[in-house]
Design a protein around this ligand. Structure first.
Ligand SMILES: Cc1cc2nc3c(=O)[nH]c(=O)nc-3n(C[C@H](O)[C@H](O)[C@H](O)COP(=O)(O)O)c2cc1C
Length: 173
């Protein structure tokens, strides 16, 4: 809440960003998007393992993002693969979270994002896969965007965090 003109109380836009990240790159993107969205409202950025399964009734904007694993959102088997890089995979992923989340409040704006290595059209997109899963779950998705990493464990390509933050500012308007 904040005070508007003539003492009126104006409700700030409320956003939730749920991210999955095995190596930290999608988390960085999520936080950069969050910085951008925060120029227009209140934002909470949460890891998928601790994300709420019930969406707040007063939520205005939901963003969901994760890494691409074998042309789509991760699965238990693909997450287990990150142990090869001495990483402890997350318990769950955005695929499972989207399948289990309660119905979205009416009017909720939703956007999805993903990180990926391949630039080719055939390399798949976790953002597109998440949008498809959300739509199958009855949600309306307004936008889906990919961000690029330079290798399996990152880092992000130059300028991606700025691009993420700029996208967040647009979504936060
Ligand atoms: C098991 C596995 C499968 C992957 N499959 C793909 C793929 O199909 N296409 C691609 O561009 N990148 C692929 N990658 C690289 C991911 O894009 C990269 O690990 C991810 O974006 C890093 O994000 P994170 O740090 O948030 O986990 C894969 C990585 C892993 C670990």
């Amino acid at each position: 809440m904040r005070r508007g003109g003539q003492g009126r109380t104006v409700r700030l836009m409320k956003a939730l960003i749920v991210y999955e990240s095995q190596f930290g790159n999608t988390e960085q993107v999520a936080r950069a998007i969050g910085e951008g969205v925060a120029t227009g409202g209140e934002v909470e950025v949460v890891a998928v393992d601790v994300a709420p399964a019930t969406l707040p009734a007063d939520l205005d904007l939901l963003l969901v993002g994760g890494p691409i694993h074998v042309f789509s959102m991760s699965r238990a088997q693909t997450r287990a693969d990150v142990a090869k890089d001495d990483r402890t995979p997350t318990q769950s992923g955005i695929r499972e979270w989207l399948a289990g989340v309660t119905a979205a409040p009416t009017g909720l704006r939703i956007a999805t994002f993903g990180t990926k290595q391949g630039h080719g059209r055939l390399s798949g997109s976790a953002a597109t896969a998440a949008a498809k899963a959300a739509r199958a779950h009855g949600m309306t998705v307004d936008a889906a965007r990919d961000f690029f990493v330079t290798g399996r464990s990152g880092p992000l390509e130059e300028g991606e965090l700025e691009r993420a933050s700029a996208w967040g500012r647009t979504l936060g308007r």
